[in-house]
Design a protein around this ligand. Structure first.
Ligand code: NAD
Ligand code: TYD
Length: 354
């Protein structure tokens, strides 16, 4: 049976994945009110949504999920029947520098939203849903073989993944204790358009374009399992409407890449797109000091989602990566805008001074 929501609160909708989810929900559910709540941190950008901002079923609200007065009032004012919760601090390197900020937004912010939903739905939670968007990083780090399944024990190892694991536990605790209707999904690394250039793929594209060194942590041997962001958005759409309450779903496209191999592929694509002689961009690859506690390998088994709900990823990696590069090259203004100001200070501290 497909759930039918009238008012959907999407948190973190001005960020990378959130903006793709907001766009998809606005277009797929014209009869539903889509409310995007976002604090607009350095990672949140309303330019990500200019193509849909005037749609009649869309409302943007600026607010901070750490503020419980704000989140309580939000649930009182709007008759919210689904929450798709993406708002978070999301970058592992920043979590190593400032773990408290991650605990505040990712844990306390999530609890505030859970409390708002719990109060609003106290008399009737039928047909309501609190959908928590999480990461495969809560499962820790794999060796050379094996996959994360929904049964894998949590073993977070960075302040980011510890904060996400904690928030996942609170979400499930509210389900078991207060019968709040919840679903969690844990997804692998996403890539695609509108990705803030502090993360590996957009940072490398930005640097290659500007003939700057491409920093590869350690020996580049770490493995990530990459999924095109629209495929994550399609999974969230499907799970929120057809997933089973109280369940967790892993999302991933069986697409593992060693960082160094991925960067080599990206260099090849960039040479082609920029009309540079083959091998030009590879010269920019620079091995730098490794990330503290760097997880070796992530790999997701998404059999449950594929078998139970029929989800399949739409794109092969090479095709998705080319589309992503095309988007960044065609959207120079976006890239220049997000890399002006504070980004420079972050970059200096993260890469130049260490
Ligand atoms: P992002 O950093 O691009 O966006 C996060 C958004 O949350 C931003 O718009 C930001 O302004 C907003 N936000 C941050 N703190 C807030 C606060 N206190 N109140 C309100 N809004 C706030 O992140 P993303 O990569 O789009 O990730 C979105 C979600 O998906 C996160 O929960 C993340 O843990 C999860 N996730 C990400 C990935 C990935 O590869 N990026 C993979 C799996 C899961
Ligand atoms: P990132 O995009 O930060 O995602 P996550 O840490 O959540 O997986 O990093 C992806 C991989 O790339 C990770 O193994 C760290 C590595 N990395 C680099 O080698 N250089 C960089 O400049 C960055 C940002 C990441």
């Amino acid at each position: 049976m497909k759930r039918d929501f009238k008012t959907i609160l999407i948190t973190g909708g001005a960020g990378f994945i959130g903006s793709h989810v907001v766009r998809r929900f606005i277009n797929n559910y014209p009869g539903a009110n889509i409310i995007n709540l976002d604090k607009l941190t350095y990672a949140g950008n309303l330019q990500n949504l200019t193509d849909v901002e005037n749609k009649p079923n869309y409302t943007f609200l600026k607010g901070d999920i750490i503020d419980s007065l704000f989140t309580d009032a939000l649930f009182q004012k709007h008759n919210i029947d689904a929450v798709i919760h993406l708002a978070a601090e999301s970058h592992v390197d920043r979590s190593i520098t400032n773990p408290t900020e991650f605990a505040m937004t990712n844990v306390i912010g999530t609890i505030n939203l859970l409390n708002g939903a719990k109060k609003a739905w106290a008399n009737n939670a039928e047909g309501k849903l609190f959908y928590h968007v999480s990461t495969d990083e809560v499962y820790g780090s794999l060796g050379a073989t094996g996959f994360f399944t929904e049964e894998t024990a949590y073993d977070p190892r960075s302040p980011y993944s510890a904060s996400k694991a904690s928030s996942d536990h609170f979400v499930m605790a509210y389900h078991h204790t207060y019968k709040l209707p919840v679903i969690i999904s844990n997804c692998s690394n996403n890539y695609g358009s509108h990705h803030f250039p502090e993360k590996l793929i957009p940072l490398a594209i930005h640097n290659i374009k500007n003939n700057k060194p491409v920093p590869v942590y350690g020996k580049g041997e770490n493995v990530r399992d990459w999924l095109y962001v629209n495929d994550h958005a399609s999974a969230i759409d499907l799970i929120s409407h057809k997933g089973k309450v109280g369940e967790t779903y892993n999302i991933g496209g069986h697409n593992e890449w060693k960082n160094i191999d991925l960067i080599h592929l990206l260099c090849k694509i960039m040479d082609k797109k920029l009309g540079r002689p083959a091998g030009t961009s590879e010269k920019l690859i620079t091995f730098v000091k490794d990330r503290a506690g760097h997880d070796l390998r992530y790999a997701i088994d998404s059999t449950k989602l594929q078998k139970e709900l029929g989800w399949i990823p739409s794109l092969q990696f090479e095709e998705g990566l080319e589309k992503t590069v095309d988007w960044y090259l065609a959207n120079e203004a976006w890239l220049n805008n997000v890399t002006s100001g504070d980004y420079q200070k972050y970059y200096e501290k993260q890469y130049v001074q260490r």
